[in-house]
Ligand binder design. Structure first.
Ligand SMILES: [Fe+2]
Length: 429
């Protein structure tokens, strides 16, 4: 009899050998449907493979939509009637406050299965779920809080509000997380979470149906430590819409906010006078496109606001890479003068499974796509002219820890052994 870890290793090896484990460069491929793909509605709680816990909470909690004075804490319940109450208090101590979530019932009709990972990744089931949103306001800027759910007080986490003008901004950037493909994601998280960032910028490709090893139901438990760290501020990647229902039924149901998936799929947020412009690279981003126009107007607008310290772009498909996929060099060149004029200081990109850092005309671009997806060939297109401006690179799993203090941005790429594989500093204007 093969042990569970051995079976998983065998499944991974088989998947890799058959070319089934998708990298970012793969096109969207719908995984084989489960046996009940056309099944009528059912209650997820009735499925013995994924019983509804006594608390009624089936995913989360996690935090979204961070501002200086507010956040949204969200969780999924697999039945009606679980407690809607969340309590929170400042991490540094203070009185606990209770808040009641708003609830929205969602009915899913499709089942998704991870055919190579059934021992570790339960099916995403059709059925009726209840999304709870605790919209917390009147918070203190630059302050971290601890929260827990009344439904089960072990379901707890942390969030931090955005910093006031000039405050110390500490965030984690990670991309292409595939936690059920081996141990890489867990190892990276084990080394970067203790660094204590206040929020997470995810560069997209959050979960991989295309790895055939992973479902959203399997994704949440190993990612819960990251979700408990602070607000989760994602960019959309190509793997957020692998199936016809994934974007609406999963990605946006979990991570959509009034600013993401509401009026548009791109959004911006701020902390300490640093503005993050999060792009949707599944749509056109050239300066003439609606998204490009939105970006140009926003860059100009925020640069004139009191306390402005610089703009950061976060996106999935890269402006520049020497790796195994296309680069958006035409768009990068078209935006170059506007980026310089409006003080874009840093570009975070993903999609290429590895690490790269470029310095192009005074602007730093980092590819941080080493969150757990199968490492790709980061040198496949070394003949590109931009590769002469690549300052660091490596095919390794990692996340990027970033601290902005005063007029300086300091970052380090931490790999799955805890080693800092690249460190750099950017002077803010
Ligand atoms: Fe991708």
């Amino acid at each position: 009899m093969i042990s569970t870890p051995a079976r998983l290793s065998f499944a991974v090896a088989l998947a890799v050998g058959l070319g089934l484990v998708a990298s970012c460069s793969s096109s969207s491929v719908e995984p084989p449907a489960g046996p009940d793909a056309e099944a009528p509605e059912e209650d997820a709680g009735d499925d013995p493979s994924f019983p509804c816990p006594a608390s009624g909470v089936s995913k989360g909690p996690w935090t979204l939509a961070m501002t200086r004075t507010s956040v949204i804490v969200r969780w999924e319940a697999c039945r009606e009637g679980s407690s809607p109450t969340l309590s929170f208090k400042p991490e540094a101590g203070g009185a606990s406050v209770e808040i009641t979530s708003t609830q929205k019932t969602v009915t899913l009709t499709q089942r998704h299965t991870a055919p190579l990972g059934p021992l570790r990744s339960p099916d995403d089931l059709p059925g009726t779920f209840v999304m709870h949103d605790a919209a917390i306001g009147a918070l203190t800027p630059g302050t971290c809080y601890r929260y827990e759910l009344a439904a089960d007080r072990t379901l707890a986490g942390r969030f931090c509000t955005a910093q006031p003008d000039g405050g110390r901004v500490h965030f984690l950037a990670i991309g292409d997380t595939n936690p059920l493909l081996g141990e890489a994601t867990a190892k990276v998280l084990g080394h970067v979470l203790p660094l204590g960032a206040d929020f997470v910028v995810h560069g997209g490709d959050i979960q991989y149906y295309d790895s055939f090893l992973e479902t959203w139901a399997g994704w949440f438990p190993p990612m819960q430590p990251l979700l408990a760290l602070g607000a989760f501020q994602p960019a959309l990647g190509n793997h957020e819409l692998e199936t016809d229902d994934e974007l609406t039924d999963y990605t946006l149901r979990f991570f959509g906010t009034p600013n993401l998936g509401g009026a548009s799929m791109y959004y911006r947020f701020e902390s300490g006078g640093l503005w993050f412009h999060v792009l949707d690279t599944e749509q056109p981003i050239d300066p003439g496109s609606p998204q490009g126009q939105w970006l140009l107007a926003g860059l100009s607008d925020v640069s004139q606001q009191p306390g402005f310290r610089g703009s950061i772009i976060a996106m999935h498909r890269p402006f520049v890479t020497c790796g195994d996929n296309a680069q958006k060099d035409t768009e990068r060149k078209a935006f170059a003068s506007a980026f310089a004029q409006h003080k874009v200081v840093f570009v975070i990109q993903a999609h290429i499974h590895g690490y790269e850092r470029f310095e192009i005309d005074g602007l730093t671009f980092v590819t941080t796509g080493g969150g757990g997806g199968l490492i790709g060939n980061i040198d496949e297109n070394l003949s590109r002219a931009e590769c002469a401006m690549r300052r660091a690179s490596g095919g390794f799993f990692h996340a990027l820890d970033v601290v902005v203090e005063g007029k300086e941005l300091r970052a380090k790429a931490v790999d799955d052994s805890g080693a800092a594989r690249d460190s750099f500093t950017i002077a803010l204007p």
